[in-house]
Design a protein around this ligand. Structure first.
Ligand code: DX5
Ligand code: ZN
Length: 224
């Protein structure tokens, strides 16, 4: 996973995939070059919907790893520290939780690294970039939400590229990940601002041809 974070990557989010054929949807995007598969975990408390858990992460982990890929888990749950072990055991390569979801961000980042995963911390659109000032040494990934968490298919929040620019000098060597409303028309601006991991759900799996859509978003990133 660490190597995958050194070059720009588009990470398809399986939240928008057809769950009745999850394995073949993952195969399709990996055949098109995807190497980071993003899993959105929602608990019905931190955000209203309930989505995926360790069982689903574990069900595709072997397939993703066999193809040279990595599982990128995004926890939108309260008390994330209670669940990191289960996701690590399910095969997660990186685990990202929300700064707003726990008073124990420092301890949780360290615990994720101790489990052998890359540690990530996410910020809601309303949380200032400066919230990461005390944490950057412990974080491998800083995830800047570019929509409010909870649902796929929302519009990219304008002003997100500026927030990524503010985050860039605050997070040391951490990879900046962006999530929400990322498509071929929005990826370029956040890439130019310093993001290098681009989650795309509906832009990839909502398209008639997910492989072509993945290539299109990747080209927008590369051309920025
Ligand atoms: C939103 C999730 C996203 C979601 C993105 O709460 O964290 O990862 O899948 O979906 P799109 O790309 O459709 O905005
Ligand atoms: Zn996500």
């Amino acid at each position: 996973m660490r190597e995958l974070l050194t070059s720009p990557q588009v990470a398809p989010s399986i939240l928008s995939a057809d769950s009745s054929k999850l394995g073949s949807q993952v195969d399709e995007v990996m055949a098109a070059g995807a190497r980071v598969i993003h899993i959105d975990v929602m608990d019905g408390h931190f955000v209203p919907p309930i989505t995926l858990g360790p069982l689903v992460a574990g069900s595709i982990a072997e397939q993703v790893h066999a193809g040279g890929g990595a599982i990128d888990v995004h926890l939108m749950i309260e008390q994330p520290e209670r669940h990191i072990e289960a996701f690590a055991a399910a095969g997660a390569d990186s685990i990202t939780f929300h700064e707003e979801a726990t008073p124990h961000a420092n301890r949780t980042l360290a615990a994720i690294r101790e489990l052998g995963c890359l540690a990530g911390i996410a910020l809601n659109p309303g949380t200032p970039a400066a919230a990461l000032v005390e944490l950057h040494d412990l974080a491998d990934i800083a995830l800047c939400m570019t929509v409010n968490p909870g649902w796929g298919g929302q519009s990219f929040i304008e002003g997100s590229p500026e927030k990524v620019s503010r985050l860039r000098p605050l997070v040391g060597g951490a990879t900046i990940e962006v999530d929400g409303g990322i498509d071929a028309s929005t990826a370029g601006a956040v890439a130019a601002a310093g993001a290098s991991l681009f989650v795309a759900g509906s832009a990839v799996f909502g398209a008639d041809d997910p492989a072509a859509a993945f290539a299109e978003v990747s080209a927008a990133v590369a051309g920025s």
